[in-house]
Design a protein around this ligand. Sequence first.
Ligand code: GUN
Ligand code: ZN
Length: 439
Amino acid sequence: MPPNLQAYRGSLLHFLADPAFSADAHVYHADGLLIVADGKVQAAGDYASLHATLPPATPVHDYRGKLLMPGFIDTHVHYPQTDMIASPADGLLPWLETYTFPTERQFEDPAHAGQVAEFFLDELLRCGTTTAMVYCTVHPQSVDAFFAASERRGLRMVAGKVLMDRHCPEFLRDTAEGGARDTEALIQRWHKRGRALYAITPRFAPTSTDAQLHLAGELAGAYPDTFIQTHVSENQAECAWVHELFPQARSYIDVYDSVGLLRPRAMYGHCIWLDETDRARMAASGAAAAICPTSNLFLGSGLFDFAAADAAGMALSLATDVGGGSSFSMLQTMNEAYKVARLKGHYLPALRMFYLATLGAARSMQLEGVIGNFAAGAEADFIVLDPAATPLLERRNRAWQDAGASLEELLFALALLGDDRAVAATYAAGQPVYRRAAA
Ligand code: GUN
Ligand code: ZN
């Protein structure tokens, strides 16, 4: 059977390397064409040269004036916290006690979990996010509800059951053995089923006993192509607590390292209060950082140090961390990342931010070639961004163009001024999964 061919014309941007370390990291075609066959990228390039290669009846969707790029990847987000976004507290630990734990309790009910998962995924797609690394709750049914909703939409999603056997309310507590047993059953049920991928998910070191962390490490060794996700060095009170709970550990990251949780496909949220030894160890292990600027500013946790992370050679990605994060939009996340970098004396170019939200994340997850750019054979998860989505963006963009602006300048305005309104359409595996309502 001939493949299902579709083509999309518009400005086209994707990355082949990290712009911080390579002069020709990005590929841009002002008048580009993306050709999709059976849900995968067949080719991406100049309209003028590629159009001639299409069989005559191929549909060509006209997105001229808009920007086609790979879907955003959010490497750290909590779907059960959707309904408690924007809850005020004077720091991480009181925020967890007051809002997070009572909210997560509701996910014992599969119907509630399913309904929140549907809203959450709709919201991601409205914001142009096609893949996320997602925390569920301690309840296995919260994972089933999430993956079922994501499977219905055909999305490449990574998720896992939270492991938490101490320092939390009784109603959210599992046991070391029970949590490991549930995790293994969920890996067998969901990992690599369709586009689903499983993440072993100890919430963070303070809420797991040594026994639970050891069992999580054993599972990570037994299933080496699963993901791992947890929090590290987010907040100073949290770091002091970890120091008390694990006096034998050299550092917070060492608690995870000593049980085998530092390896490729491990995603560490925050990574603010690390030292040089921690950064070097993360880089050497292949574990990656999920940088969560809206959350870190909202909870007053601290400022991620981009220069130190780059000097150590750490794998980096951007993440919303909703509900600690205050926006689902990766454009708003870039906006805040830029300002966090400025406050640390570092300059973060727009091209680097778009890289971190696409190929940088895919590389951090060892998924290059699967998602994150328009390499031939990659899954066709892509978005259509509208650089004139709002009156202000339209005006700013026109002023830039009249001044002969560079791609960097145009992308910068999109990152600083854009949000969900800048996403005109979202496609997953070549299928339309969101289209902005016509004005
Ligand atoms: N540390 C442990 N749990 C959480 C959480 O749910 N959100 C954030 N931001 N940090 C955490
Ligand atoms: Zn988090």
